[in-house]
Design a protein around this ligand. Structure first.
Ligand SMILES: [Zn+2]
Length: 192
């Protein structure tokens, strides 16, 4: 029996996300789909189009996930989770995500494409007032700082121009003071 036939049987010939019954296609759920029944789902053209083109997303279409997120099929759970994450700023998808439970393996699979990483998990540098710092910004030191590995003290009030950001640590920026390249802790600077 072909994959498509098996999926039609599993889904009773409905889109496994929105229950539409026309234009059904096999979608192999990334990233490691081997094209088996277990890592594929049957979806309609509308769903497929929005899965593959995030710019075309119509949040209201995905209210269907209210039902399909409870599917027992892990591949369906994964896609429900991913699509809810894409539109979670709408509010209600976040509520559904909060109710959703994925077992460890399924959760890992769901996260494998990077969907669902939000701002809080990215590294964001902020000054003492919480203002976001970007590479190239200028800051002023709000206290005297001893420069590690030298006798130099960078004085409070010193402006540091064209800072760069430590890509791995939100607490550190780098910049030049008195011609010397130093690392500065973000909570001791204010953006100019
Ligand atoms: Zn659909």
């Amino acid at each position: 029996m072909s994959i498509e036939k098996k999926l039609q049987e599993r889904s009773t010939s409905k889109c496994e996300l929105c229950s539409a019954t026309t234009n059904l296609k096999v979608y192999q759920v990334p990233p490691t789909s081997k094209g088996t029944v277990d890592d594929s789902i049957l979806v309609c053209e509308t769903c497929l189009n929005q899965i593959e083109n995030p710019d075309n997303i119509d949040a209201n279409h995905w209210r269907c996930l209210n039902d399909s997120m409870w599917s027992e099929v892990p591949a369906v759970q994964v896609m429900a989770w991913r699509m809810l994450n894409r539109i979670k700023n709408e509010g209600w998808p976040q509520d559904l995500l909060d109710m959703m439970y994925l077992d460890d393996a399924t959760q890992k699979w769901a996260e494998a494409t990077g969907e669902g990483l939000d701002e809080s998990e990215k590294i964001i540098h902020r000054d003492v007032n919480g203002v976001v710092l970007q590479a190239g910004d200028s800051v002023v030191l709000i206290k005297d700082l001893k420069v590690k590995g030298s006798s130099m003290v960078a004085k409070q009030g010193t402006a540091v121009r064209r800072i760069s950001l430590d890509p791995d640590n939100a607490e550190y920026i780098e910049g030049k003071v008195d011609g010397q390249h130093i690392v500065i802790i973000t909570k001791y600077v204010k953006k100019l």
